[in-house]
Design a protein. Structure first.
Length: 239
């Protein structure tokens, strides 16, 4: 199971999950494009991971914009000469109100953050993976997309649509050597509360390291037949 030398794009690299994933993949010898909106934060992350200029491309981009997404893909290709893995770890949450009281802006922001970003970035990167005849696309989705809770309509709608994009993409990728898969979590446990202060509430939370390990597995050769999967990482089936 090796991503040594692979070019891995981590969109949302400064996030709670993205930073752990970046560290994990860097530790396995991958070359990383680290994407987010703030160049300073991305450069600091590359330095913290001990990555030199040959190993990392910190790149500031608004991933929900098609034109900047295409420029980003071009920059990664120019820097490393290829792209192998696209990890869409872009996050954000809006909601907390019944649908009838939800501001339209909440829905707009969730659609931008989860749907338009996935659309723009997969359009920009997937052709480059196909050109290799090998590639991996992954995103992290919540079971709340398919089985929504109340007071969460903007997020639920956006995550459901994000799934639709990636599972439709998986159908289109059959037999290409490129796969598109979804990892499902309820809550990402960045503080390791499930281990340090176990409770009924956090029993089904997922450590970022567990997600990173699943992503690494999906990158191995033996996982090349896993395409269009929704993989739950919360210790039980949905909902
Ligand atoms: N946290 C959870 O419990 C949970 C549960 C289910 C699913 N998920 C999913 O898991 C993934 C990772 O979540 P997380 O908790 O690590 O998120 P997070 O800590 O909120 O980090 C979000 C990341 O997305 C980047 N980002 C947001 N909007 C962007 C934009 N328009 N352009 C470029 N970058 C943008 C942020 O970068 P900057 O702010 O630095 O620009 C940051 O790196 C997300 O897809 C999330 O929906 C999370």
């Amino acid at each position: 199971m090796s991503v040594n030398g692979r070019v891995v794009v981590v969109a949302g690299a400064t996030g709670g999950l993205g930073s752990v994933v970046a560290r994990t993949f860097a530790g396995e010898g991958a070359r990383l494009a680290l994407l987010g909106r703030g160049l300073d934060k991305l450069e600091a992350l590359a330095a913290e991971l001990g990555l030199n200029a040959d190993q990392a491309l910190p790149y500031a981009v608004d991933v929900s914009d098609g034109e900047t997404a295409r420029a980003c893909a071009e920059a990664v290709q120019t820097k490393f000469g290829r792209v192998d893995v696209y990890l869409h770890l872009v996050g954000g949450w809006a909601g907390g109100k019944p649908l009838v009281d939800t501001p339209a802006d909440d829905l707009t922001s969730m659609l931008h953050q989860h749907v338009w970003s996935t659309f723009a970035m997969t359009q920009a990167f997937v052709p480059r993976l196909l050109a290799n005849g090998w590639g991996r696309v992954m995103a992290v989705v919540s079971p709340g997309g398919r089985y929504p809770a109340g007071n969460a309509s903007p997020y639920a709608a956006a995550k459901a649509a994000q799934e639709g994009l990636l599972l439709s993409l998986a159908q289109e990728l059959k037999g290409s050597g490129v796969t598109s898969n979804i990892l499902l979590v309820r809550t990402i446990d960045t503080k390791h509360e499930r281990l340090n202060a176990p409770s009924e509430k956090n029993a089904n939370w997922t450590l970022p390291e567990e997600l990173a390990a699943a992503m690494l597995y999906l990158c191995c050769e033996e996982a090349g037949t896993i395409n269009g999967a929704r993989i739950p990482l919360f210790g039980g089936p949905e909902p």
